[in-house]
Design a binder for this molecule. Sequence first.
Ligand SMILES: Nc1nc2c(c(=O)[nH]1)N[C@H]1C(S)=C(S)[C@@H](COP(=O)(O)OP(=O)(O)OC[C@H]3O[C@@H](n4cnc5c(=O)[nH]c(N)nc54)[C@H](O)[C@@H]3O)O[C@H]1N2
Ligand SMILES: Nc1nc2c(c(=O)[nH]1)N[C@H]1C(S)=C(S)[C@@H](COP(=O)(O)OP(=O)(O)OC[C@H]3O[C@@H](n4cnc5c(=O)[nH]c(N)nc54)[C@H](O)[C@@H]3O)O[C@H]1N2
Ligand code: SF4
Ligand SMILES: [Mo]
Length: 754
Amino acid sequence: MKLKLPAKAEALQKLVRQHGGPLTSRLVREPGAFGLGQVPSRLKPDAVTTAVCGFCATGCGLKLHLRDGHAVNLSADPAYPVNLGMACPKGWEALTPLDAPDRGLTPLLEGKPVTWQTAAGAFATRMKRILEEHGPESVAVLSTGQIVTEEMAFLGAFAKFGMGLHHMDSNTRQCMATAAVAYKQSFGFDAPPFTYADFEESDVLVFMGSNPCIAHPIMWQRVMMNRRNPKIVVIDPRRTETAQAATHHCAIRPKSDLVLLYGLARLLIEKGAVKHDFVEAHTTGYEAFAEFIEGFDAARVSRETGLTEARLHEIADLIAGHERVSFWWTMGVNQGHESTRTAQAIINLALMTGNMGRPGTGANSITGQCNAMGSRLFANATSLLGGHDAGKPADRAKVAGILGIPEDRIPPQSAVTYDQIIERIADGRIKGLWVLATNPSHSWIDSEACNRALEKLDFLVVQDMYPTTDTAKRAHLYLPAAGWGEKDGTFINAERRIGVVKKVRRAPGQALSDFNILRLLAEAWDGGGMFRGWTSPEAVFGILKQLSAGQPFDFTGIEDYSMLCKEGGIQWPWSAAEAQGSAGQPEGAAVQAGSAAVTSPPRERRLFADGRFFHTDGRAKFLFEAPRPLPEPTDNAYPFCLLTGRGTSAQWHTNTRTGKSDVLRKLHPQHCLVEIHPMDAALLRIRNQDRVIITSRRATVEATAILTPCVQPGQCFMPMHYEEVNRLTLASFDPHSRQPSYKACAVRIGRKVE
Ligand SMILES: Nc1nc2c(c(=O)[nH]1)N[C@H]1C(S)=C(S)[C@@H](COP(=O)(O)OP(=O)(O)OC[C@H]3O[C@@H](n4cnc5c(=O)[nH]c(N)nc54)[C@H](O)[C@@H]3O)O[C@H]1N2
Ligand SMILES: Nc1nc2c(c(=O)[nH]1)N[C@H]1C(S)=C(S)[C@@H](COP(=O)(O)OP(=O)(O)OC[C@H]3O[C@@H](n4cnc5c(=O)[nH]c(N)nc54)[C@H](O)[C@@H]3O)O[C@H]1N2
Ligand code: SF4
Ligand SMILES: [Mo]
């Protein structure tokens, strides 16, 4: 069949119109032209304060313009080391979702407004009844990477040590579990090593399954500030905005990354690019790895990834031929059926080429949510509060001592994971669930199965800013929460920088900060005895500091919130010894602070400058495993591979917040859409903007077809911001991290017949 593909320019234009893709850079550079950051003149501010943004893990600094202590507007903070005066559309619009008409104003019990006293009483009575009748495994918590660390720690401590339940997990499982497990196994601790200066200091940047133009626009601006004329390699089945801006785009077959990485490793050996000094001094397992990858010759890798052999050599030559190569990965890697080994295959490449601990290098996982990094350390879910091990008596004793609680309040067994919680709800073992700052009815994989399970619960409590979310609508008890801007605390960003958020607005109605809701619930539970000292977020920060002592993320050198504000955030580790100068300045210091005061940490620091990793022998491990086939390959009945991910820089996840801004709504499509290659569309007689039916083995949904050559034939893409998308996805998981494989399942597409 002969087919006329849209010209490149036309396709690009379409993309701008439909997705605001390349538009994002303009939005960042000229926000005013798009109505971002406008302040009504009658509300002239009289004071300014600062806080970090509450959407993504870039962690941009914002200036809040106050009138009578109430934020009337905001702007990007030029003094903050992360964003240097830039912000993306979500950041500019961060105050708007607070004014939404559907904010929760009172607790709702079975849909009826009640007082906090009644709500807290119902919470305690009904949860206790379930726990007494069915034991500590019958109630679970699903929480988030989007509340302040102090609230996460409080929630985890109250749920496990106060209420005495065993199982809790969070949306960080959907997002960062793979990176966390991969780092822990390879480095000995979950420690993303980079600092954002590395974006500017690399000669070659390799982005795998990562679309920072849309998902981390300010990180992308930092890449654009790189003056070394870098080569940018984007490995993504789609020709994303990032891929279009790159010097090299490798449009690999979905989930063929592991084979590609092993193939590249083999080529690097062939080309003599291995830094044997580094490998011998700082790693273990290289010999076995080198032997294992012998089977990944270029011919095989080309066949399985769809890239030409010449292209494989070209990428290997780029890595071999440059001093500073940094590897970056995000959800295209983390959300896969063999994701942990894929992330570790990236780590292996960095280790074998000695691209570690120096400027512009590293195996760098880009974090998603504003405080997913905080939840990795302090959620008290998979690991014991503060990166400890609940299975170790010494760790239990340390945590119990710092918290001033009896050691036997700390359950020694590890919690089951998110998918296992849903499974146990479905089979009736879990009867009570508390969901906090996440929206699983929309975001969990195979969401119809998830929602069928939620319907079975005896008691579902949802704590959210809005009672209107897909999950909150199902709640027996809804608790109205304050949001970002209405409370104090700290977030940890993707480069390990601890930053402060502040209360610059009063929450509407009777909505309370998660912190104060926790205080109320702890009080109703047993008089709050265990948490008497947990009076304010800053008091809890003091406890977290103590928990960090001696850990790889030791931040005992941070005095208080005001020090964090003054320094522009502080990256962990920053121990008391470092702060007093006795440990000296870390060698990895990238950019020194202006002042030479010993207590001032450098503005940017990376890990592993000394080649010492966190395993007891100080070495990093080469870890690998044979690739496995896709759990649901395409076939005649379901011929398309469905990819999912972020759609625009103006949409955040399930759109409960970003959907409330008129400005942001203009920057994204209002209805569910599916991107299809024009050749496939022609075969199916589908025109641009036609309504189409998409069917997987789980469900059938409708969407608007967008024809674009940015997806490959045989593949299609749907942004995750529409609730329809996860009805289609297949519940499959990486065996090591239990992270869902959101990004590849089989579907068929047909025109909707009216
Ligand atoms: N605007 C906006 N920004 C966000 C968010 C948001 O909702 N909206 N969410 C934040 C969060 S929590 C996260 S986790 C991050 C996510 O940030 P990213 O991971 O960058 O975003 P995604 O679009 O989910 O996925 C990235 C890319 O993976 C590709 N991909 C799919 N399958 C494969 C594969 O098999 N191999 C490879 N190599 N690539 C594949 C997709 O085509 C997609 O372009 O974004 C954060 N930033
Ligand atoms: N198909 C597909 N599905 C995906 C993904 C994908 O790429 N493809 N990505 C996955 C990833 S990486 C992620 S991180 C998840 C995100 O999935 P979710 O966590 O379910 O998405 P959000 O919309 O961020 O939900 C956060 C909720 O918290 C509420 N909230 C905000 N601030 C506060 C607060 O301070 N307190 C309280 N109590 N509530 C608050 C918001 O109103 C919202 O309802 O989605 C996952 N799902
Ligand atoms: S890039 Fe992330 S942190 Fe920065 S303004 Fe945008 S959403 Fe906020
Ligand atoms: Mo995420």
